[in-house]
Design a binder for this molecule. Sequence first.
Ligand SMILES: NC(=O)c1ccc[n+]([C@@H]2O[C@H](COP(=O)([O-])OP(=O)(O)OC[C@H]3O[C@@H](n4cnc5c(N)ncnc54)[C@H](OP(=O)(O)O)[C@@H]3O)[C@@H](O)[C@H]2O)c1
Length: 454
Amino acid sequence: MPLNYLGTLLVDGTDKTPGWFYIKNYGTPLLAAVLAKMYLNGSSNTWQRDLHGKVYIVTGGTSGIGAPLVRELALRGAQLVLLTSQLKSDNSGAVWVTDYVDDLRNSTDNPLIYVEECNLSSLYSVRKFATKWLDNRTARRLDGVICLASERMPIGKSRQVSVDGVEMQMAINYLGQYHLLTLLEPCLKAQPPDRDVRVILATCMSQSIGTLDLDDLLWEVKRYPSGRPWKMYGSSKLMLHMFAKEYQKRLENAGRKDKQPCNIRVNVVNPGITRTPSTRRAISMGSVLGLLVYLLLYPFFWIVLKPCEYGMQSFLYALCCPDLIDISGGQYIRECSVVKTKLRKELQDDELQKNLYDLTARKISELEKKSAIERNRGKPDGNKKKDKRQKKDEMQKKDKKGLTEEDKRGIFMSAFDTEDELQNYKARNANTDDAHSTQLRRLDEKYEATHKKS
Ligand SMILES: NC(=O)c1ccc[n+]([C@@H]2O[C@H](COP(=O)([O-])OP(=O)(O)OC[C@H]3O[C@@H](n4cnc5c(N)ncnc54)[C@H](OP(=O)(O)O)[C@@H]3O)[C@@H](O)[C@H]2O)c1
C-alpha cells in the first residue's frame, strides 16, 4: 500500500495522489510531532533477565512508573512484595489494593505478588514492616529493593507534615526510604555471595536545584517554599542520591562475614519527565481549573512527556544490565546508561555524605522516640507512665516549710540508724503504741532539726 501510494505520487504527480492536500498542509508538523515523540520517549532497555525465583520489595509499585514496572517484573517471573500506604488500619483502601493485586496476578499469570502495609511517611510503619520482614530465624531471600515511592507537592499548597512532624516530601522521599533500607540492611547482607542483589532508588533532575543544610536538615527552621515546592522535592532527592552513595560505601566497607566481595549494588535512576499522576497533579497545581487546562493541552503533554512504559525503561536497565554488577554501585543512570557527568559537588563529597548519613540516623532516632511517646500517651500503659510522672512531681512539690515529700520520707528513714532497725520496727508491729510513739518522737525531732537548719 505505501509502495502503491509512492508509485502514484512519482508517476502521476501530486494532483492525482489522493489526500495530497492534507499531506501538504499537515504532513510536516505531523512528522515533526512523531519524530519529537520518538526522541522524547527516550531509550529502551534491551537487556533480558530471567527473574524467576527472585524476590523484590518495591515501593511505589501501585501507580505511575511503578505500575508498568511491576507488571514487567511479574511477567519475567519475579516474586514481588509491594509496599503501599493504602492499607489503613480501618481497612479503607484495602479493596482497591486487593483488586489491583488480583488484576496483576491474573494478567501476568504470576501468583507471587503480595502487598504489605508500609507507609513511608511514618517511621513507625516502616519499622513495623521491616521488623516483620527481618523476624525470620533464617534470612529471607531478597534480590533487591526498588524504591519508587514519592510525594511531589503542587505549587501554592501549604506545608504538609507527616505523623512524625516532618515535611511530607522530605519524610517520604528521603527519611522513609533511608529508614527502610537501613533497617533491611541485615537481610541484604545475609544473601549468599553469588546472588546479584540490587537496590534502585529514584531521583529527578530537580535534585540540581535542591539544597543541603546540615544545620537544618529537615527544614524545621527554614520557611516552607510553597511558591517553589520543587526546591523541597529537589532537596529530598539530592539527599536520597547522597544517601545511596554513602550506603554503597558502607556496605562495601563493612564487608561480608564470609570474606566474599560485596554483592549489593545501590544505584540511582532518573526516569525523565513522565506522564504520571504526580506529574499531572504538579502541572494542574492540584486544582480543578488546572486539571481542565491540563486536559485542554493534553496533546502537547502527550508529545513532550514520556508514557510510564518508557519512564520505567531505565529502572529495568538498572535491574537487568549485567555490567552493573561488575562495576561499583552508587552510579547515576539515565536513559538506560550510566551517566558520568558531575551533577552536584555534594555527590563528589565523601565527607559530606558521611555527615549527612550520620546526622539523618540521629534525627530518625530522635523522631522515633518522640513519636513513640506521643503514641503511648493515649494508651493505658501511657497513663501508667503519666501516673508515675505525676506521683514523682507530687513527691517533689514543696510544702510551706520548703520541704518536699521526698525530704520528709528521707527524714523518716533517717530515724533508723540501720536497715535492720527499720525492718525490726516494721516487724515489731507498728500498732504497738509505745514503739510507735517513740519512733514518732524521734521523727519529729529530726524533722524540727532539719527545718531549723533550712
Ligand atoms: N514522573 C516523573 O516525571 C518523574 C521524573 C523524575 C523522577 N521521578 C521519580 O520516579 C518515581 C515514580 O514517580 P511517579 O511519578 O510514577 O510517582 P506517582 O505516580 O506519584 O506514584 C507515587 C507512588 O508512591 C507511593 N507512595 C506515595 N506516598 C507513599 C507513602 N507514604 N508510603 C508508601 N508509598 C507511598 C504511592 O503508592 P500508594 O499510594 O500505594 O501508597 C504510589 O505508588 C518517584 O520516585 C519520582 O520522584 C518521576
